[in-house]
Design a protein around this ligand. Structure first.
Ligand code: FE2
Length: 499
């Protein structure tokens, strides 16, 4: 089953509105190439070739994703519509080597599904035709295979198996040409001109447009970070220095963005403990453009912090300094109340014990409040080349509980859990260093120590639903194990005498 040509064109138009990009024109050209070639191959259905060519990348309607994801999304979308012939092409078009592409055990659901599908699939003329046309069609027209292969390799680097794929593409080309009685290039309009063009590679969602708001001096868009996070994070280089451009989807409430900006202005611009923000030409620190909220930040020259006693010590010192800052009033969006946890895990065997643990926790909103980060750890901190610690990812920063902020790593981070053996160890070395950095020579009183550990328990509990139902039992074990280390760590910091 297939849609009509009109339906397929309409699908592509809608998809292009959902996820704009050069892929839409590429899909149109893939369809045209497939139609023109099939018209000249005896026995092939040119209309079918056109339609499956138009729809081969339809999985991109859901956003900027990787190869297996767009393949599998496209397959499922077409199957839901009942277009099984188009669904098949979605699955096969990226895999010229067919089942030989999968000489490994895939990890993601998408790849496992594709592997299973292709294992039961013998490539037919339409699979082969779209694999070929996918390589001939670009957004600005048609190009010869040799050129396209160099373009793709320049963009993504050379990967194992590429050259085997090239060989298959040339074999497909020769096969069709012998049946057409002419070159495939004879039926691709204007290829002689377009194959000589080399437009600049496309960048997603108006990064260039967004940058115009800041009036930087000849900015160049560099490396993209955290590609899978749903956020756009790009390094921007200029003659006068480097920046980081961050874009959050505009489905994010403006309050959240404004809160984040305030925290950066306070901790970064005000105190040098987070990346600074730069105002746009309008004077605002964030702008809305091309479906995103953008802000421009300082690019931190330095390194990510690591789980070592040395870095934990510095992190403890920096946390102390941050907690002592005055003059901020926005509350952190993180909940301090334990109430909602009383509705969790009602069917679990450990629920009584869990409730007893909750009962023993204080109301943190009545205890020390200060500027908090809510997720302090080496993963959210960098160290500048001059040695200063910088906190990143201020999404939940604001006024909150000092003990919850301090408690976060004591179970979540310092319990090492081996997923295979389920064995647990406690990183006393890291815990001691962090405390020593935070409390310095003053030391920590027993009362305060117990509050930090209670903070650790509540923070751990707040994450117990975050990794899905299968992780709950492991997280419960980690909680119990972490709580059991409380006295041991206390004894150790006193033997140490450095604290
Ligand atoms: Fe494609």
């Amino acid at each position: 089953m297939l849609p009509t040509v009109e339906e397929a064109l309409k699908e592509l138009e809608t998809a292009g509105q959902m996820n704009p990009g050069p892929w839409v024109k590429h899909s149109m050209n893939t369809g045209l190439a497939a139609r023109n070639i099939a018209e000249n191959v005896p026995g092939m259905d040119a209309q079918k070739a056109y339609i499956v060519g138009l729809l081969h990348d339809i999985g991109r309607r859901f956003g900027v994703t990787d190869i297996p994801t767009h393949v599998y999304d496209g397959y499922r979308y077409c199957m839901e519509k009942g277009w099984d012939e188009a669904a098949r092409i979605c699955m096969t078009h990226s895999y010229l080597l067919m089942s030989d592409e999968f000489n490994y055990e895939p990890k993601t659901e998408a790849e496992q599904a594709i592997k299973a599908y292709i294992a039961g699939c013998e490539a037919d003329d339409y699979d082969r035709l779209i694999q070929l046309c996918d390589s001939l069609a670009v957004d600005y027209g048609f190009v010869i295979l040799e050129k396209r292969f160099v373009d793709v390799t320049r963009r993504y680097g050379i990967m194992e198996g590429y050259i085997k794929g090239w060989e298959v593409a040339f074999a497909i080309k020769e096969n069709f040409e012998s049946r057409m009685g002419c070159s495939i290039y004879d039926v691709l309009p204007d290829i002689g001109r377009t194959t000589l063009l080399t437009p600049k590679p496309w960048k997603p969602t108006g990064i260039e447009g967004a940058l115009k708001h800041w009036g930087l001096n000849a900015p160049r868009i560099g490396e993209q970070f955290n590609k899978d996070s749903g956020r756009l994070i790009y390094k921007i280089t200029t003659a006068s220095g480097d920046y980081l451009l961050k874009g959050l989807p505009d489905s994010t409430p403006e309050d959240t963005v404004a809160g984040n900006v305030k925290a950066h202005l306070f901790l970064g611009n005000g105190h040098g403990m987070a990346p600074k923000l730069y105002p746009a030409k309008s004077g605002e620190y964030y702008v809305k453009d091309s479906g995103h909220w953008f802000y421009l930040m300082e690019f931190i020259d330095g390194r990510q912090m690591e789980e070592t006693p040395e870095d934990e010590y510095k992190l403890g010192q920096a946390t102390r300094k941050m907690h002592a800052l005055q003059g901020y009033s926005e509350p952190s969006p993180m909940t301090q109340s334990k109430d909602r946890y009383y509705t969790w895990f009602r069917g679990k065997e450990f629920v009584k014990e869990f409730d007893a643990i909750l009962d023993a926790l204080p109301d943190f909103s009545k205890l020390d409040q200060c500027f908090v980060h809510t997720d302090i750890g080496p993963h959210n901190a960098m160290i500048r080349t001059d040695g200063d610690v910088v906190f990143i990812d201020l999404d939940d920063s604001g006024i909150g509980s000092r003990y919850l902020d301090l408690g976060w790593p004591f179970i979540m981070q310092f319990v090492d859990f081996n997923d295979e053996t389920e064995e647990m160890t406690y990183r006393f070395d890291l815990a001691k260093s962090f405390l020593r950095g935070y409390y310095g020579s003053d030391g920590i009183s027993r009362e305060e120590y117990d509050l930090v550990f209670q903070g650790a328990v509540q923070m751990h509990i707040s994450y117990m639903q975050a990794y899905g139902p299968y992780a709950v039992d492991s997280l419960w074990k980690i909680l119990r194990f972490g709580m059991d280390q409380r006295q041991m760590l206390w004894n150790m910091i006193h033997e140490d005498e450095t604290l």
